[in-house]
Design a protein around this ligand. Structure first.
Ligand code: UD1
Length: 424
């Protein structure tokens, strides 16, 4: 049975909200547990479906995985299977992050091509080229990445683009390689710095965490650790956009506001008043209708592509015209088709979109195409006349634990409804 949200428009969101651990960190930290024999404990895990799914991926190669509340305990045996090709692999993107640890530890891996959000082409060439430079062969065979090496030897690797996943896979293979690996043009996302922190706690030797040059001195083995996942900056930013769009007043806790420096600064330009609290959170108040600003997605510290739907949704209700440029995932503009159903005045040309703000959107049934697009539609529904039905909400559940409960506690009126859609 399908589920949808009935979102009543007109709410002003006010109150305090806690942000959970970062989805795009925890799944990779779970994969990193493969690098050390014994029990690794990860705390502040978000209670989202992808965490148990990643648990299934790790079980399929021989780990014992126990997930209780916000804690995941992963016991990695001395003998691991190099084949990660279970059905769970196809259900999330992060499953591909077992490739680096398996090659690092076993010098071979067969890893099913990952699933995840339909946001555009997601090739693995940079992951494979990095492993090849370390001395492995890598091919795609029958829906799997196959990699094999006699030994892994450290080297200099230049990435064509600061890919998050490629940086993570190469990093996690390099920590157990012989000698020194330098990854240049590495991704600088806070989630990568988080993985570096955990790997260092496990005994890895890494310099340059959080910068675009990672220097990794290979070690013979790593040991298990206990690590707390950083707060989810994408979820934190979602609440910031929610406040800006509903002319609300939200205090957001559990996320480092410095991971959102650019976003919060742009929201100030849109008229928000933002106060940050060290590395703990921020308060955002939007006294008037937002003013249109332009947004350009880029790798961190640029504006995250994951936040692009929120930039579109905010622009749709702002005063003036915004240009949004998507530089990372071309298919993310699919979201705009749904915004047009809500009477948004928007059109795209290549990787640019022009959005002319309207005073109020008009409710309609709309379909979520990925996690962030789904959350963006819910926020847009809060700014629409009438009741907006948001369908395919399973996407939203993958990234936002208790999203509806939190929104309702802050003043929204949203119901989760079970039943089939009457799609035109
Ligand atoms: C991660 C995030 C995703 C986010 C994205 C960019 C996870 C689970 N997902 O995805 O939410 O939107 O970072 O911030 O952490 N590319 C290649 N070849 C490769 C690898 C990537 O061409 O081998 C391209 C992609 O098509 C894309 C760009 O590089 O255009 C960025 O991709 P990447 O940073 O690798 O994203 P993911 O790690 O898949």
């Amino acid at each position: 049975m399908s589920e949808h949200f009935d979102v009543r428009g007109g709410a002003r969101l006010v109150g305090e909200v806690d942000v959970v651990g970062a989805k795009n960190s925890v799944l990779k930290l779970m994969a990193a547990a493969l690098l050390a024999e014994g029990t690794t404990t990860i705390t502040n895990c978000p209670q989202i479906l992808d965490v148990p799914l990643m648990g299934d991926v790790l079980r399929s190669v021989g780990c014992e995985v126990e997930i209780e509340g916000d804690t995941a305990r992963i016991t990695t045996p001395a003998e691991l299977s190099h084949r990660a090709d279970s059905a769970a692999m196809g259900k999330l993107r992060a499953s591909v992050c077992v490739l680096g640890p398996l090659v690092g530890r076993l010098k071979q891996a067969v890893v099913a091509l990952p699933g995840g959000d339909a946001i555009g082409q997601r090739p693995l060439d940079m992951h494979q080229n990095g492993l090849r430079k370390l001395g492995a062969t890598s091919t795609i065979e029958h829906g799997c990445v196959v990699a094999k090496a006699e030994t892994l030897v450290g080297t200099q690797i230049w990435l064509d683009f600061p890919s998050v996943g490629a940086t993570e896979n190469i990093l996690m293979a390099a920590v157990l390689a012989e000698g020194t690996t330098v990854i240049d043009n590495a991704a600088r996302e806070p989630e990568i710095a988080d993985i570096c922190t955990m790997l260092i706690e496990m005994g890895a030797k890494i310099e340059g965490a959080g910068t675009s040059t990672l220097t990794v001195h290979g070690v013979e083995q790593l040991h298990p650790t206990e690590h707390r996942v950083i707060g989810d900056r994408i979820v934190g930013a979602t609440w910031a956009f929610a406040a800006a769009m509903t002319r609300g007043d939200l205090t957001v806790r559990g996320v480092n506001p410095h991971h959102l420096d650019l976003v919060l600064d742009k929201l100030r330009l849109a008229g928000a008043e933002v106060t940050t609290y060290d590395d703990k959170g921020f308060r955002i108040v939007q006294p008037e209708r937002p003013i249109a600003v332009d947004w350009v997605t880029l790798p961190y510290p640029g504006f995250a592509t994951d936040l692009q739907p929120f930039a579109v949704a905010l622009s749709a209700v702002s005063e003036g015209t915004s240009m949004i440029t998507e530089n990372v995932y071309e298919a993310r503009f699919r979201f705009i088709e749904e915004m047009i159903r809500l009477s948004g005045d928007a059109r795209t040309d290549g990787h640019h979109a022009v959005v002319r703000g309207v005073e109020k959107l008009s409710s309609a049934p709309v379909w979520a195409s990925d996690i962030r697009a789904g959350a963006g539609l819910v926020l847009a529904g809060l700014c629409a006349d009438g009741v907006t039905e948001v369908w395919d909400v399973f996407h939203i559940d993958r990234g936002y634990p208790h999203f509806v409960e939190n929104l309702n506690r802050l003043g929204a009126r949203i119901d989760r409804v079970t039943g089939e859609p009457e799609r035109a």
